[in-house]
Design a protein around this ligand. Sequence first.
Ligand code: PAF
Length: 278
Amino acid sequence: MQIHPTIAGLRAALADARHQARVAFVPTMGNLHDGHIGLMRKAREHADVVVASIFVNRLQFGPNEDFDNYPRTFKDDCARLADAGVDHLFAPDEKEMYPTPQRYHVEPDPAHTDILDGAARPGHFRGMATVVLKLLNIVRPQAALFGKKDYQQLMIIRNMVGEFALPIDIVAGETRRADDGLALSSRNGYLSAAERAEAPRLNRQLRRIGERVAAGERDFLRLETEAVAELAAHGWHPDYISIRRRSDLHPPHAGDESLVVLGAARLGATRLIDNLEI
Ligand code: PAF
C-alpha cells in the first residue's frame, strides 16, 4: 500500500491508473474497526484500485466534542488497510487539507441537517459535507463507500452528490455488529465494562420496533416513546428514537413503506447511535 500525505502525491500516483481502472474510495477518520475493513473489501468488488483516506476533520466537530481526544491509531490502521488490500492511503495533515482556514463550505439543506443527529450537533453535517466534497474532488473516484451506521450522513452525501451531479456511485455498506448486536464504532472504546454490557440495549429496542412495525403496528409515536422510556429506565439519556422515511429522514406519511428507525442515546459519557431499515 502506498501512503500519500499530499494531494499532489496522491494525484500523481492515480494519474496513470485512472485511465484504465475504476477507482473506489473509502474516506475514514481512522481508528479503524471491522466495519471500516468490511467497506474496504466491498470497495474491491466495485473497482480495480481501492483508495482509503484517514483524516480527522476538525470542521465536523463542535467546540465541546472529542476532536482532541479522538483516537488516533495511524500505525495499526495502516497495517489493517494493507492487510485488507487497499492500494493507496491518502493521509494528509491539517495544513495539507486546510492550508488556509476553509472559507467555502457546503451548506446542506437544513431540512436534512437540523434533524435527528444534526439537532444535537450544530454544524456537524456542514463540516462533514465540506470535507467529503473536498476528498471526492481530490480522489475523483468512480465509486465511494459509506457505512449505513451513519445513516443521516449517508443520506446527505447521496443528496449532495446527486445535486452537484458528481459522476460517482455512492455505495452503502451494511452496519457491522458485535455478536451481541452492538454496532461497531470507534467510540465504543470509550465505554466502561459495565457500559459495554449495557450498550446492546439500543439495538434491541430498534429491533423490537422493527418487529412490531412488521407485525402491522402503526402507532409509531407509541413505539418510539416506549423505547425511550425503556432506555431511560436503564440509565441511558436518549436523544431520540424515531421512525423516518429512508429517502430524507422526515416523518413518514401514511402509506410510506421505505422506513428506517434511528436512535441516539448517551450511556455515561458516550453517545451511541444506531439504526435499522424496517
Ligand atoms: O464517517 C466518517 O468517518 C466521517 O464523517 C467522514 C465521512 C470520513 C468525513 O470526515
